[in-house]
Write a protein that binds this ligand. Structure first.
Ligand SMILES: Cc1ncc(COP(=O)(O)O)c(C=O)c1O
Length: 428
């Protein structure tokens, strides 16, 4: 966003008092209010996480345990989005479209400041990053942007989300590439078993390894670094589906050394729905054609921008995205990520004590974070989901007939996990 536009937004009334109908929204979104929230939280360290819960709008009687599908936006983020959208509608006539006035379209600007903040968060240069809609776009941009030919081999796992496999399967049908799936162990307790199952699929024709950083159904944190290191030594392109990773675990792209990485920030970073990123290592980015082309399609200096331009979109979602990064930084990366892990472990430790529960996620804490999947004997996943909701208004997500996938995030409380245990115990 151009400076003049940003200044214009700051100088315009964005506060809650102008939108009384939206009563759940908190304060206005300037830096001052984030500082206020932060100092308020720091003062009451003992009740820190219950205070954090109050920064989210979820109905006080309900517990959301389905972050793996979509995160909840904080009031701070919601306020940023809604205020900005309202402001654009009110003040749209004031723009001369040469720099002054609100920014009405999201698909044309480079959004350098947001990309720089994200680059700091996941350790890369902003020109290696494109703001896109979601992980599915990321997979497609890489698969269709690479020049793969008949007979080239691509390795997926057998535990991909549709946002991790579909573009590759389409290329198999359309162009005759060879699509292969490495079979993942369940539960995946041993790092080397995972590495071996993928590397066993490699042949002299392997051109791409496309695997998740965190497996959608089981929550396994994959040994990406080791796999990328091997791939690099053989000249194999690596693309990592990080839809579940950014905001759940530490993502350091320069340490992982993958060629491409994409994520959906509306899951664990708690950004507005429709907030995704694509990373292309500067060393390989020239090899990827833009799938969606607009004015900057051939911008070789800022490759990230060349893949990002997408025509008209909602700029308020970009404002919300920036607010979500600021919110994350306000809590602090270490505190945020260690809380996700702490709650995940708390859940797993409690479930392990129960005779009627079988955990199908990894039993190796090194391969676990905030997603845990399990079965309860004698009860289907959908039945368990309904019982948890009916008895205690707890909402994890069942997967298929048998499994329950339970996500935990910074807005969850240990007491909510304990209430889950009580319901499951009552079923034995
Ligand atoms: C591992 C993985 N990849 C891709 C996706 C697709 O994400 P989106 O719908 O945001 O594109 C998901 C969604 O759950 C996922 O878990």
């Amino acid at each position: 966003m151009k400076n003049s536009r940003r200044k214009f937004l700051r100088n315009t009334a964005l506060g809650i008092s102008s939108i009384p109908a939206v009563s759940f929204i908190g304060k206005s979104n300037d830096n001052q209010s984030l500082n206020d929230i932060s100092s308020f939280l720091n003062k009451s360290a003992q009740t820190y996480w219950s205070e954090v819960r109050n920064l989210f709008p979820t109905d006080k009687n309900d517990t959301y345990f389905n972050n793996g599908t979509l995160g909840v936006q904080s009031n701070y983020v919601l306020n940023a989005v809604i205020s900005d959208m309202r402001n654009n509608a009110i003040n749209g006539a004031k723009t001369d479209y040469k720099g002054e006035g609100p920014n009405l379209l999201s698909g044309y600007d480079p959004y350098e400041s947001i990309r720089k903040k994200l680059g700091k968060l996941i350790n890369c240069d902003f020109k290696e990053l494109s703001l896109i809609q979601n992980a599915t776009f990321g997979m497609n941009f890489v698969a269709h942007g690479l020049d793969l030919k008949k007979g080239d081999e691509v390795i997926n796992t057998n535990q991909e989300h549709g946002g991790g496999f579909a573009a590759w399967r389409q290329l198999a049908k359309r162009k005759g590439i060879i699509y292969k799936e490495a079979i993942m162990p369940v539960p995946a307790n041993n790092k080397q078993d995972i590495i071996d199952s993928i590397l066993n699929e490699v042949t002299k024709n392997t051109k791409v390894i496309a695997i998740p950083h965190i497996i959608s159904v089981y929550g396994t944190v994959m040994p990406i670094k080791e796999i990328c290191e091997f791939a690099r030594s053989k000249g194999i392109f690596t693309v990592i589906d990080g839809a579940q990773a950014v905001g759940q675990i530490d993502v350091d792209l320069k340490d992982l050394k993958c060629d491409a990485y994409y994520s959906s920030l509306h899951k664990w970073l708690l950004s507005p729905p429709g907030s995704g990123i694509l990373y292309l290592d500067e060393k390989i980015s020239a090899d990827i054609w833009p799938t969606l082309s607009s004015y900057n399609w051939d911008n070789q200096d800022d490759k990230g921008f060349s893949l990002q331009q997408s025509g008209t979109g909602n700029p308020s979602l970009r404002v919300g995205l920036e607010a979500s990064i600021d919110f994350f930084n306000m809590i602090g990366k270490d505190r945020w990520l260690s809380r996700v892990k702490e709650l995940g472990k708390y859940l797993r430790d409690g479930l392990k004590e129960m005779d009627n529960v079988e955990i199908v996620s990894s039993h190796n804490e090194d391969l676990c974070a905030g997603l845990t999947t399990y079965k309860v004997n004698g009860v289907t996943g959908p039945e368990l989901q309904k019982t948890l909701w009916d008895k205690e208004r707890l909402q994890p997500r069942s997967v298929g007939k048998e499994l329950m996938r339970h996500s935990v995030h910074i807005y969850n409380q240990k007491s909510e996990i304990e209430r889950t245990f009580n319901v499951i115990k009552s079923l034995s």
